[in-house]
Design a binder for this molecule. Structure first.
Ligand code: GRF
Length: 217
């Protein structure tokens, strides 16, 4: 079976991009990364793409008057690169309803909380402030509402006594790097299917590594 072609959209350091690059280096992984797009010219993640020999483009949102114009440029680049699926990985632009619906079922994101709790920004600080005892990350389909689309997979981590936001972020990030490739694989293999507003929790999903409880030790 030919490999699915993935675009990864970034705005910053790109550690999740790196996790996807590493996963795709395994010959058994069902996807190849065909394109990395950053909306910020100085995103450190661009260097990771360059090092891996992956095509990359900067499409700076500041060069466009409207979100629609920016997204038209994204779509042109995605079409030229024959992209099948898009992974948002620290991509800091809100996408329009039109873009989300054009790519419905083929556009996913990773977020550093157990959604639907703690949508939005400054998540780790807010979790520490709220005194939660369990945290984690979520991979979900992108819908028009930010951080609200159907959930594909989640990994939970404990919040430990004395944690600050950075310590918690590092513990979650370690799980993000495992969760994102596992969920992408599920999606490409057709095992994470949209059904209305959810992805049904099947045995395939449970067995895939896309749902992880916190370590008990
Ligand atoms: C990650 O925590 C991701 O969950 C969130 O933005 C951060 C991006 O980090 N959406 P990186 O650029 O992948 O290192």
């Amino acid at each position: 079976m030919p490999k699915a072609r993935i675009a990864v959209l970034i705005s910053g350091r790109g550690s999740n991009l790196q996790a996807l690059i590493d996963a795709a280096n395994d010959p058994g992984f069902p996807a190849e990364i065909g394109l990395v797009i950053s909306n910020r010219p100085k995103a450190a993640g661009l260097e990771r793409a360059a090092k891996a020999g992956i095509s990359q483009e900067t499409i700076d949102h500041k060069d466009f008057e409207t979100r629609e114009d920016f997204e038209a440029a994204l779509n042109d680049a995605l079409k030229i690169a024959k992209i099948d699926f898009i992974c948002l990985a620290g991509f800091m632009r809100r996408l329009t309803d039109g873009f989300a619906s054009d790519w419905r079922g083929r556009l996913i994101n990773i977020h550093p909380s157990l959604l639907p709790a703690f949508k939005g920004l400054h998540v780790h600080e807010r979790m520490i402030e709220a005194g939660v005892k369990l945290a984690g990350c979520t991979v979900h389909f992108v819908s028009s509402e930010v951080d609200a689309g159907p959930i594909i997979g989640q990994a939970a981590v404990p919040v430990l006594p004395g944690d600050d936001a950075d310590m918690l972020a590092a513990r979650i990030l370690e799980q993000e790097h495992k969760l994102y490739p596992a969920c992408l694989k599920l999606l490409i293999e057709g095992k994470a299917r949209l059904s209305g507003h959810t992805v049904p929790y099947t045995n395939d999903v449970a067995a895939s590594g896309a749902v992880t409880n916190p370590p008990t030790t």
